[in-house]
Design a protein around this ligand. Sequence first.
Ligand code: URA
Length: 252
Amino acid sequence: MSEISLNDQIIESLKDQKEIFGDELFVTLDLNTREEKIVYEKETLNLLPKKNEEKYVPNLFQEDFQKAKSLNELNKLIAGCQKCSLGATRTNFVFGTGNPNAEVLLIGEAPGAEEDKQGEPFVGRAGKLLNDILIAIKFQREEVYIANILKCRPPNNRNPLPEEMTTCMPYLIKQIELIKPKVILCLGLVAAKGLLNLNTSLTKMRGNVYEFEGIKTMVTYHPAALLRNPNWKKGCWEDVQKFRKLYDELAG
Ligand code: URA
């Protein structure tokens, strides 16, 4: 078994806390020895726009991709994107995958190493768990659509920066406009905050039905968080059952 460094353990534990409690951070630490590391990790985890910080402002001059009539066309228009620094470090632009007419859209955070390599979202360990979750609520991976807030992998899987999210969001919004799903499921806090622009914790969001551009939207844990903390699987199971019920009501 590979040894996990103290640094990595701190990052994982802070990520778990952030996933649940949002921007409130609860730490037990020995200030004499750990202060520097904690401060450093807090910086890496500072991923989301704070209240009144820069929000996405639509470009008054329409960009070409806004005119795309299909997902394929959109993909061709944006796959070479170099609007932020992630363009230089990615292997593949990870557009999204699934049924272009899907009634169900799942939104994750950003590609990881495996996704960057293969050019497809959720193909790593978290993706396998996501497939199992889908099967458990009787959806096939091929019948839904899966996309991320960011299309390019942040180096070392660090959390997306606010400016990266702001830059990339118009692509996801255009995807949603083309797919026209009946329901959306946000996987994790980054996806939920990115899409719904809410400044609250995952705990408070879970179980609620929100709307994004009139589309019913729910929130649950990110599969990678479930891999780190299997205790959350029960809560996720409750969330996705509610999500399935919502879909059944809307799909008739
Ligand atoms: N995590 C995500 O949020 N998205 C992926 O595509 C893979 C892992």
